[in-house]
Design a binder for this molecule. Sequence first.
Ligand SMILES: [Zn+2]
Length: 294
Amino acid sequence: MTTLARLLPKLRPASGASSSYFQRCLSSSSAAASQSESQIPSHPLFFSANLTRRDPKDRNLQWVFLGCPGVGKGTYASRLCNLLGVPHIATGDLVRDELSSAGALSAQLKEIVNQGKLVSDEIILSLLWKRLEGGQDKGQSGFILDGFPRTIKQAEILEGMIDIDLVVNLKLPEDILIEKCLGRRLCSQCGKNFNIASINVKGENGNPAMSMAPLLPPENCMSKLITRTDDTEEVVRERLRIYNDKTQPVEDFYRRRGKLLEFNLPGGIPESWPKLLQVLDLDDYEDKQSAATA
Ligand SMILES: [Zn+2]
């Protein structure tokens, strides 16, 4: 944490943030975290006010991607990161990386994971901070966070640490999400993931029509497909319920600050990707990039 003060100016911290703030958050109860929330000023509507008017190269992108399990959040986040040249930071990867390293937290983390316990906010935040700091040292600017913050406590602490510009909330209707999750298959031989769900919903009751092509395996995987034991309708519904309970307050938190961009996916990647670029005002950007590399 000693380098935090040096780091913060580059990371465009939230006003009032300091290393003592970070340490207080890490060691404090959620009560102290929510108390400090009231001291964090809310921001004007970053997104429409100035973010969309600037060339992405001039933006210091500090974005968060939210979305239910199965919505494809990781796919869209990593595509955008490739396009914009910013790191895709998924907290699941941070935990896995730390587990396979000889880092200071590794032993502690192994014990927690082996006991089947949840990794605490404190540990996740330490890993995240270490990752951001390492990125700064390598000259990276900006990031897209995927899978964080998951809870209101995490959102409050993050808001005190760093100025998040934009939170993109990817959404799909629940029945489509469930169908997609139930279509997931894993090849028992090569370990690749596929999806046999072919979504074809007619537009009715004011809802638009939606189709999503399956992601079918090559022929040699076909006979080796297995379904994960926890991809049953009951488990998927419960997973969504838990996600919604925890994430709705996070959405409200960013909505109040004018940072939340709701994006209803209009279909699979071929339909959704161009629309997503459009709402982010990046549609020209992709053309320019491909022209530059052509
Ligand atoms: Zn296979």
